[in-house]
Design a protein around this ligand. Structure first.
Ligand code: GLC
Length: 800
């Protein structure tokens, strides 16, 4: 019996009283009378791991999600006991473990406030059909508690009142509330009424469920159809710390993305033949719409056989890829997991000879239909298969010059079968922990993306690899970027894209974007323009659509729309150094690139239920227009003062207000005190030698810090210290503006000067002091703004 509810079944079993306790370094082991063992590991002062077995011993400890670079170690650990409970104290947390039944309760070690406590706590049900247990956990939900995260769920930000399933699923034209869809990220953040936040990551790859006060009003629970009850608890109290603790454990991108990957990408199912690809590329240059990447969908292949080319459409791929590259376009190709059954196809034959394809329980191969017809599927959970797969990219990348690979259908998707995927009995290697598809399903796509990433890394070297995936489990963010799958060209989907991108960022996976304009059906010009406006503020920025619904290039909707689209793509290119810095903070510290308002300011209860507004990087507030015929919209500005990006008008936050935004505009606000670096517009990254960087400086009375990260934009020199990090402090006074710079790293940018554009300065500039040397200067106006050009390596400037 497959249970879809946590409590309905009467066969639940529960731990009985604890009869023994042992401490082994950072792990505390409790054994109950009925042979349940609970291991609590103090991973860090604010991170605890809870692991239960009902069989008296644990399976080998193995997880695809956890990175080997995860930090470990605590400052303080003490275990005491009283008649009822064990008490574990770290410098951040106190955890009680009830002697009667192993139930736990976690408190803040400083103010002793309750953060999270078990209701029934761990319980389980024996699974007669498959063996092992259906493992369950229930926790008390406190009044006013809110829940966020869980990957790509297409629902409002706050998950309270809802139930979700994690089982990665091909979901063509999914809708609002469709569940599950493409990703399984069993990690959520809870925000308490006292504004403290904690997180839970249930590292179990079986089909799992999360219930946030849906089945029972004050209870949050999660359970899985097999495996262990194995979860991590993170304490913030800041939401961003919860997320950074989670990505410390599950990893951050292994490298910075090449800067061009943050440019604009154009995709369609499919651009072919070569002449069409070339014509699309040429039109971008002719219309001066910046673009860095062009995609080849499945039709570039010979009969949809991966790693082959249709020679009729693409007679000389190497030449084409080079010609595109000469014009600044990087070619990205799709690669799916299904390998066509065809004895004349070398990849198939090799896979068969080497025994690399997945098999059914009783021996036959796992056969399923995808684009090429009947296929076999590599078992990417076998390290040897991953190695083989990675080597298949040699020709594509090293010889032909393809710069990125797009992994699709890797849920894995199978056509015309119930469940749209492999049956449960398919066997997997699971890196030496052989198991069925029940356990491997949710990580299959992740392991394919990982193998692809290994290939790209090997053959792109010394350049950085670029991969995109559709399916993902926690930890996939280490290897690849991702998109939200087959959405639809509707206004509702524009708003879903907005929430999904925020949610993914909050779930530790920031390199994300949607199919701009919608994949299924066709947008009108207005919807496309509004979607571009949102899309340029997503870390991954790509238009994609299915072929059957007309054209979806920036010029497909008439000149007015083309102009709006160009204006916003240009803005993205200007903001590249700002986005690159935000990416560096994400790759380095795990700080989400997009911050939902609640993550930006969890102390302000008004932010807790907002969906539309988000902060891009650290300082830019965005609010997309999500309705047709809009001349503007109401939006919430977080506490603080904000500059309207278009008018420089300063507005006080902490309130909702109307903001004008005709079709060629959208609500954008800059946090006062911000210093925003900008590049000149380029048609593609590297088109121009950057000769000067603009710093847009938004005056504030008081202090504000900003950062600018830079490096060679590709390659690995930055890892050896050849990067540049500028820590900037702005101090604004009645009649003086001071900017201090602290520079670290060994990278020297090619440009020499900054052009300072001063916004909202309350006085007329008469004097400038750079590193104690004084200059008399005129108030120089450029388009009505005060601008100053100074050498980029100043330490302190005073503008008076
Ligand atoms: C899937 C992908 C889509 C792609 C299509 C053809 O539907 O999600 O992006 O264009 O397959 O490869």
């Amino acid at each position: 019996m497959i249970l879809n509810t946590e409590l309905e079944y009467k066969g639940n079993l529960f731990p009985s009283k604890i009869i023994s306790y042992k401490k082994n370094l950072d792990t505390l082991a409790f054994t109950t009378e009925n042979n349940v063992i609970l291991h609590i590991t103090v991973v860090r002062d604010s991170v605890l791991r809870f692991r239960y077995t009902t069989r008296g011993n644990f399976d080998k400890d193995f997880s695809y999600a956890i990175t080997k670079y995860a930090s470990r170690g605590y400052n303080f650990l003490e275990v005491t006991e009283d008649p009822d409970k064990y008490i574990i104290t770290t410098s951040k947390l106190i955890c009680h473990v009830s002697k009667a039944d192993t139930r736990t309760a976690i408190f803040d070690s400083k103010d002793k406030s309750l953060i999270c406590e078990d209701e029934i706590g761990f319980h389980w049900e024996e699974s007669y059909e498959f063996g092992g247990d259906i493992v369950k956990m229930s926790k008390t939900s406190h009044t006013g508690e809110a829940y966020y995260g869980l990957g790509d769920k297409p629902v409002d930000n706050n998950l309270k009142g809802k139930r979700f399933e994690n089982w990665v699923t091909d979901s063509y034209a999914f809708g609002k509330d469709t569940d599950p869809i493409y990703k399984a990220i069993p990690f959520y953040t809870g925000l308490l009424q006292n504004k403290n936040a904690y997180g839970i990551f249930f590292d179990n790859t079986f089909r799992s469920f999360f219930d946030f006060c849906h089945e029972r009003r004050n209870i949050t629970s999660f359970w899985a159809q097999g495996g262990e009850m194995n979860y991590y608890f993170f304490y913030g109290p800041d939401m961003s710390e919860v997320v950074t603790n989670y990505t410390d454990l599950t990893g951050r991108p292994h490298e910075m993305p090449a800067l061009w990957t943050l440019g604009y990408h154009q995709c369609k199912w499919s651009y072919y033949p070569e002449s069409n690809v070339k014509a699309i590329a040429a039109k971008f240059r002719k219309l001066k719409i910046p673009c860095d990447a062009i995609y080849l969908d499945i039709d570039y292949m010979e009969g949809f056989r991966c790693f082959t080319w249709n020679k009729e459409y693409f007679p000389d791929p190497k030449r084409m890829v080079k010609e595109l590259a000469d014009d600044g376009f990087k070619t990205i190709v799709i690669i799916d997991p299904g390998i066509k059954i065809d004895d004349d196809y070398s990849v198939f034959k090799e896979g068969l000879d080497k025994d690399y394809f997945c098999k059914r329980a009783d021996g036959p191969y796992m056969k399923g239909k995808v684009w090429p017809g009947e296929c076999y599927f590599p078992d990417f959970t076998n390290p040897e298969v991953r190695e083989w797969w990675s080597d298949l990219f040699k020709e594509l990348v090293e010889d032909i010059g393809v710069k990125g690979v797009w992994n699709d259908m890797n849920e894995p998707a199978v056509m015309d079968v119930p469940g749209k995927t492999f049956p449960n009995d398919v066997r997997h290697e699971y890196d030496g922990n052989r198991c069925s598809h029940r356990k491997a399903h949710n990580i299959y796509g992740m392991q394919m993306a990982r193998a692809t990433y290994q290939g790209l890394k090997k053959f792109s070297y010394p350049k950085r690899p670029f991969v995109i995936t559709r399916a993902a489990y926690s930890g996939t963010q280490r290897y690849t970027s991702t998109w939200t799958g087959d959405n639809v060209a509707t206004w509702e989907h524009l708003s879903i894209a907005n929430i999904q991108a925020q949610r993914m960022c909050m779930s530790g996976y920031s390199f994300v974007g949607s199919d701009i304009g919608g994949f299924a059906e066709q947008p009108n010009g207005e919807l496309y323009a509004r979607w571009i406006q949102l899309g340029v503020f997503h870390p991954f920025c790509r238009t994609h659509s299915s072929g059957d619904h007309g054209d979806q290039e920036p010029w497909a909707f008439g000149t007015n729309i083309t102009n709006v689209v160009r204006k916003f793509i240009e803005l993205r290119y200007e903001l590249l150094p700002y986005l690159y810095t935000a990416f560096w903070r994400y790759a380095n510290e795990g700080i989400p690139i997009l911050k939902s308002l609640v993550l930006f300011d969890q102390q302000d209860p008004h932010t807790h239920y907002r969906n539309d507004e988000f902060v891009f990087g650290e300082k830019i507030l965005i609010c997309p227009i999500l309705e047709p015929n809009a001349k503007g919209r109401r939006m919430y500005l977080p506490v603080g003062n904000w500059y309207n990006f278009w008018t420089d008008e300063v507005v006080e936050g902490g309130q909702e207000l109307w903001v004008d935004a005709d079709l060629d505009s959208m609500p954008i606000f800059i946090k006062e005190g911000a210093i925003i670096p900008k590049y000149p517009v380029q048609q593609y990254v590297g088109e121009k030698e950057i000769e000067e960087v603009v710093l847009d400086i938004y005056f504030k009375r008081g202090k504000e810090t900003s950062q600018i990260y830079d490096d060679a934009h590709d390659g690995y020199d930055y890892i050896k210290g050849r990067y540049s990090l500028r820590d900037l402090t702005l101090i604004g006074k009645e009649n003086e503006l001071i900017i201090q710079q602290y520079k670290s790293g060994k990278y020297t940018a090619p440009y020499e000067t900054f052009k300072l554009r001063l916004h909202g300065l309350p006085f007329k500039v008469t004097k400038l002091e750079i590193d104690k040397e004084g200059f008399i200067c005129e108030d120089i106006k450029d388009n009505g703004e005060t601008t100053l050009i100074i050498s980029k390596d100043f330490t302190e400037i005073h503008i008076k």
